[in-house]
Design a protein around this ligand. Structure first.
Ligand SMILES: *Cc1c(COP(=O)(O)O)cnc(C)c1O
Length: 401
């Protein structure tokens, strides 16, 4: 496999007129090692953030053995790449067929749920097809609804049972498994560790009320990456807060602690080269957009770091907005994206930090969406793991009492 030194070398070699995804396996490996070594529990990778098989192999080689999958297609994909991986089906709404295939054909034992209906569906789908006996090895995980108020992207509305329902559901689930967990998701890109403290407080209330034995606490994803205007406190602060509040929970003495990062493990994995097809004042028409890897830039005004890839551009930077390639007005990214003021049609731009919810979001709408993938050796445009961020106690941490 050819490894290019950086984006400029890719432009020189390919002069691409379609977007090119630049992958950095070394960055994903470094993020995975950081989590595996420093998180005080087990680290699952949330596959939806980026299901690229090459990435999944890198994470496995770096020590990530458990995978959070949310659809039967993700179950099959990860099982195909990693025959030995431990797969956990963490979408609280599954079809009976998907549950049965996951359990009987792919060895999936861990399932999340947030209703009694889903609990019954899981128990039925996992019965022995010959004897009708219930499965003795189910590992169930009750999803609790928690606040997303400290996160950039909410996951609070759709899934999770509330504090009134949780105790009863925990008691019922306990009757069908020898291993019972509680899981939640604080929302993506949680900008302070306090998000997890609040969620763990809620978890404590649910467990105390249910008074059942809990074998596992899964604090979900939400661990941040770095983007322009969004530089989070050190991840070590998150880990320390989680460890402290986990230890104070009324749970089995040997209970496990899990997390399921998506974004934090793969944001640094990819960037993308795009070409400017037209300039209109401070708007650049580029060849990827809202239906491509820039979905979040268009739909939730997410900002990504950018740089021009030509050596001849010298003018001071001004703020640009982008239009994508489709014929749709909604294919618009407000940015701001600071680039040299003399940039023009034909020039190339590298857009960074697209490894999570970027490269994975590309569609073929309107005939656009093809992108070659290449490997590059340089550093991601921003990083939480390259040692550039000095470890210091952060002001951003809200300490409790
Ligand atoms: C999306 C998702 C994750 C990953 O979230 P990030 O914010 O990318 O870390 C983890 N767990 C579940 C259940 C999810 O839906």
């Amino acid at each position: 496999m050819h490894i290019y030194p950086n984006a400029k070398a890719v432009v020189r070699a390919l002069a691409p007129d379609e977007p090119v995804i630049l992958n950095r396996p070394h960055a994903a490996r470094r993020a995975a090692r950081f989590f595996v070594e420093k998180f005080p529990g087990k680290v699952l990778y949330a596959v939806k953030a980026n299901p690229a098989p090459d990435l999944i192999e890198v994470l496995w080689d770096a020590g990530v053995t458990h995978y959070d999958v949310a659809s039967i297609a993700e179950v099959r994909l990860v099982r195909g790449v990693l025959p030995e991986a431990n797969l956990c089906f963490m979408h609280p709404i599954k079809t009976a067929k998907a549950i049965a295939e996951a359990y009987h054909q792919h060895g999936v034992k861990t399932f999340s749920l947030d209703t009694v209906e889903e609990l019954e569906k899981i128990v039925e789908a996992c019965r022995d097809p010959e004897t009708g006996d219930p499965a003795a090895d189910l590992r169930l995980c009750v999803r609790l609804r928690v606040s997303s108020e400290y996160s950039e992207l909410s996951l609070a509305a759709k899934f999770g049972c509330d504090l009134l329902e949780a105790p009863g559901l925990l008691q019922q689930a306990r009757q069908h498994c020898d291993w019972l967990g509680v899981c939640f998701h604080v929302g993506s890109q949680a900008m302070t560790p306090f998000a997890f403290v609040q969620a763990l407080d809620r978890t404590r209330a649910a467990i105390a009320e249910a008074s059942v034995v809990i074998d596992m606490i899964d604090v979900g994803g939400g661990f941040p990456s770095a983007y322009p205007g969004m530089e989070p406190p050190p991840l070590e602060d998150y880990f320390a807060m989680i460890a402290k509040h986990f230890e104070a929970l009324p749970i089995a003495y040997n209970a496990e602690l899990w997390c399921e990062p998506g974004r934090a493990l793969c944001a640094e994995y990819s960037s993308m080269i795009v070409q400017v097809n037209k300039r209109r004042a401070d708007e650049l028409y580029i060849n990827d957009g809202a239906y491509g890897a820039l979905y979040d830039a268009a739909h939730v005004a997410w900002r990504y770091p950018v740089r021009a890839l030509a050596d001849n551009l010298r003018d001071p930077e001004i703020d640009f907005a982008f239009y994508g390639p489709t014929c749709d007005d909604a294919d618009f990214m407000q940015g701001p994206f600071p680039l040299p003021s003399d940039i023009q049609a034909g020039d190339y731009i590298e857009i960074g930090m697209l490894g999570a919810y970027g490269a994975a979001m590309k569609t073929g709408f309107n005939g656009f969406g093809d992108a070659e993938c290449v490997v590059v050796a340089d550093e991601p445009m921003m990083s939480l793991f390259d040692g550039s961020r000095v470890r210091e106690a952060s002001d951003n941490v809200v300490s409790l009492r």
